[in-house]
Design a protein around this ligand. Sequence first.
Ligand SMILES: Nc1ncnc2c1ncn2[C@@H]1O[C@H](COP(=O)(O)OP(=O)(O)OP(=O)(O)O)[C@@H](O)[C@H]1O
Ligand SMILES: [Mg+2]
Length: 597
Amino acid sequence: MKIKERHKQLLEYIKGSWVKLFFSMVCMLAVAGTSSITAFIVKPVLDDIFLKQNVAMLKLMPIMVVVIFILRGAAMYGEEYLMNYVGEHIIRRLRDALFDRIIDLPLAFFHKERTGVLMSRITNDVNVIKNMVSTAVTGSLRDVFTILGLAGVIIYRDWKLALIAIFVLPLAFYPILEFGRRVRRFSTSSQISMAELNAFLHETFTGNKIVKAFGMEETEKQSFFEKSQQVFRFEVKSFRAKALTSPVMEAIGGIGVGLVIWYGGHNVVSGASTPGTFFSFMTAVMLLYTPVKKLSKLNNTIQQGLAASDRVFDILEARSDILDPESPQPVKHGSHRVTFDHVSFSYGGGDGETDTVLKDINLDVMPGEIIALVGMSGGGKTSLVNLIPRFYDVTAGAVRLDGMDIREIAIRDLRREVAIVTQEPILFNDTIRNNIAYGKPDASEQDVFNAAKAAYIFDFVQTLPKGFDTIIGELGSRLSGGEKQRMCIARALLKDAPILILDEATASLDTESERLVQKALENLMKGRTSFVIAHRLSTISYASKIVVIVGGRIVEEGGHEELLEKKGEYYTLHQMQFADNTGEALAENPASALCES
Ligand SMILES: Nc1ncnc2c1ncn2[C@@H]1O[C@H](COP(=O)(O)OP(=O)(O)OP(=O)(O)O)[C@@H](O)[C@H]1O
Ligand SMILES: [Mg+2]
């Protein structure tokens, strides 16, 4: 039932180009027709010109042959062009529809699917579908017409001989089907091992530093050679099956032709038939070979196409579970109060209780307040701030903006109010200027410069030969961790949103640049509701409130002094860092001193 729906949808895509498809079919009919006519006129050519020496036919026939072949050429061009046009047109629309759908899907989807797999949907699977549409659906029509026409000629010329041919043809079909099955099996295996090879290449090239650092070159070479050998083995099996198909078919065909010559020749010699009839018949049988072979591959192409279209429709039918409300509440641009109201959250996948990442979070952040989130790695800090722009939706409770559940606000409006510097710096392969102005393409040059200056990246960019016009990709992996982070900060600064989220935004900077960027950020945070995640406690001294998150729960909150006095979780964190940084703590904590030395 569901499958049928999908195929109907695919037909919808084809329908859009029905005029071209129609003319393509007209051309196909013409091509099929000319094949049959060619076989048909062998008889008058032989009997009238060569045997009866008819002069009128001697003038007519050559002209007819020329006309037929010119027509055939034109029709072949028309068919080929129109068919591929329709195919490519469908691919383009499917590709666009896929990107349109995928880019809107929630983050959770991207964590589930591997990037390489998603990419192959857009680049490979749509091509397989095109093959099905253009060669199978439309090309097979031409083959069917050709076979029908030629069969007509065969039966018309000599129906008794036709019986022999009809008995031999199915025999020739068997090896085609059998070898086709093998080819498909081996080529699937070969594709799977090829995909594995690709994944392996991707990993060892991007992770080359680690390969070298751990001296694993030889091991990696060995496992690559093994995988490469695997591909080789399947390819050999596959082309052996392919290479066997034609000879076996031809051998069987030879038997058929031998029989036909024996029986047909007998008739000609006894005078029951003419050489023209016989050769016309033979030509039709020979011309049958190609369309029959093509039709025999039809099943493979259709099976592969349907499998690919299933994979494509799986994505096209995926629906985001992060939805816009039916009637969104308006949000005024300006300072906001952000409230976490009994919020629980899990990424899903495990059973409810154990995989809950955030448990009953209550947090009320006033407009302009700066909240510092601290705590052990894996505690849930990033998960908490991800809920604010609705990268994920809460499992229970609600996140509120000025008292309104954020699920009542249009996603676009909500995200307009939030600027974020994520934990891992992500830049696009575009100019530095466009990276900083990402999301704000109309920003003036001065705005970009100001943001770059505030993030302390301006001077560095100036040292590059092309300055702000340098393409990130041209730098390769030349950018240092801190430089990338500062560009991300500049990008967030330029967005100038009333809610600011900084997830370890300055973690890759040295103490000196961190202090400078920190200053810029502090200036920026004035009047904005800010969430700052930091491991280095020294960088959050300006926060209005510190929230300690451990194991998905808020275990402490309050001011710096207040939390220190509590001698709880925060105090412990602070003590540990304090011990690392200065000699002062050694007296207080001799154990850590021992560890250090
Ligand atoms: N996409 C995801 N799917 C499933 N689980 C996840 C996902 N992202 C994070 N987690 C899990 O959620 C928990 C909290 O992770 P989170 O990234 O919020 O921690 P964090 O406090 O930001 O840690 P860190 O300080 O190391 O950045 C971890 O146990 C982590 O394994
Ligand atoms: Mg984190």
